[in-house]
Ligand binder design. Structure first.
Ligand code: NAI
Ligand code: MG
Length: 351
């Protein structure tokens, strides 16, 4: 029996509805694979911010550090600016724990209709590897002359050799284990310093993987190809901003944001990695028990894979696929009428 200590941060809104679903599925698959979980739940959220003035306590990162992995629901609450929740919780965790890979798999499941006509189940199966600790999301910059006609803002993008190399190496190794195809998102025609540097490093690292076919595409054309021909992709590597936008677009191609999972990985395992659905706290449906739990459940499967249990992880994704392919049980966002609990029960039965 292996035991893993998991930190649970349900967060706000539907985060608190989808995380219990993920936990039920983890426990069920754990029983079959002789994996036990001990959970520590933290109430870190925008609601906590409104109560006590911070998203997490001062020693929050130290309390997370002792866990094997972190499972997060979503944060965001009307009345709390989004940069507070992002920079008060998610970004400190990603950076302190060197979670430099944000991994977002995209699949069109049989039984779901993609809003994109050409996206056929089985054909669309790719992964976006987003750089997660530097790039366009930097703290360097500033504002001057606030309120004056010559007011200005400067935001510096930061690309380091170490930062780009490690995420590109991860993407190349992943492409090697998959179908051997890597697409690099760039914009070196318009962004003339950081993006040519990115391209050079991609070419340099790709030279060490002759078995991977590596192509680069400008981000604007690439966005169009995600819609026009999503089946052509295997692994896509992108900077922080480009990867953020591409992966939400890809989630929509797959049938909706409620399905999409993500992993914030520290591949070396020096620090805990964090797993979270791509969607936010969805205040418009929070509290109704109708949130789609697939994104959270699939994220839990990614956690199992990262912790060294690929068979248990595959059991979960197979169970999701089976429910969608063989039943009409679906939550409202996918055109059904099942509640979060009803859909989760169907996944548990399939398991
Ligand atoms: P959102 O993802 O929360 O919702 C967008 C739309 O998709 C809404 O109509 C919502 O009802 C629907 N939706 C999302 N997930 C769903 C699910 N599992 N099942 C059924 N429907 C689902 O994005 P939005 O509205 O832009 O942001 C709401 C709040 O969430 C904001 O405060 C935002 O900052 C935060 N947010 C947090 C994230 C995180 O914790 N990582 C990521 C994205 C947004
Ligand atoms: Mg996003």
């Amino acid at each position: 029996m292996t035991t893993h200590n998991v930190a649970l941060i349900p967060g706000d809104g539907i985060g608190t509805e989808v995380l219990p679903a993920a936990r039920l599925v983890l426990d069920a698959v754990g029983r079959r694979h002789r994996i036990a979980f001990t959970y520590t739940q933290f109430d870190w959220s925008c609601e906590r911010y409104l109560r006590v003035g911070s998203m997490m306590p001062d020693d929050g990162l130290d309390r997370l550090r002792e866990h094997d992995a972190i499972l997060l629901g979503a944060v965001g609450y009307p009345g709390v600016p989004d940069h507070v929740s992002l920079w008060g919780l998610l970004i400190p965790i990603r950076r302190a724990f060197q979670q430099y890979v944000n991994l977002r798999p995209i699949r069109v499941f049989e039984g779901l209709t993609s809003p994109v006509r050409g996206a056929v189940a089985g054909d669309v199966d790719f992964v976006v590897v987003r750089e997660n600790t530097e790039g366009e999301y930097s703290e360097i910059g500033g504002r001057t002359n606030r309120g004056l006609p010559d007011e200005m803002a400067v935001q510096q993008a930061v690309f380091t050799r170490t930062g780009v190399t490690r995420v590109v190496d991860f993407a190349l190794a992943l492409a090697e284990r998959r179908r051997g195809h890597l697409t690099s998102a760039t914009k070196s025609n318009g962004i003339v310093h950081t993006m040519p540097f990115w391209d050079e490093l991609v070419a340099e690292r790709a030279a060490g993987h002759p078995d991977v076919v590596c192509v680069q595409e400008h981000i604007d054309a690439l966005a169009a190809k995600f819609v026009l021909d999503p089946a052509r992709f295997d692994v896509v590597v992108a900077s922080n901003l480009f990867g953020d936008i591409l992966s939400d677009l890809a989630a929509a191609v797959a049938g909706g944001i409620g399905i999409a999972p993500s992993a914030n990985l520290n591949p070396e395992g020096d620090h805990p990695s964090m797993f979270e659905p791509v969607h936010g706290s969805a205040p418009d449906i929070a509290g109704q028990g109708v949130a789609n739990p697939i994104g959270a459940i699939w994220s839990a499967a990614m956690m199992l894979d990262h912790l060294g249990h690929p068979e248990a992880a595959a059991d979960i994704t197979d169970a999701i696929a089976r429910v969608l392919a063989t039943s009409t049980v679906r939550t409202r966002d996918l055109g059904g009428s099942a509640s979060t609990t009803e859909f989760t029960s169907a996944v548990l039965s399939a398991l």
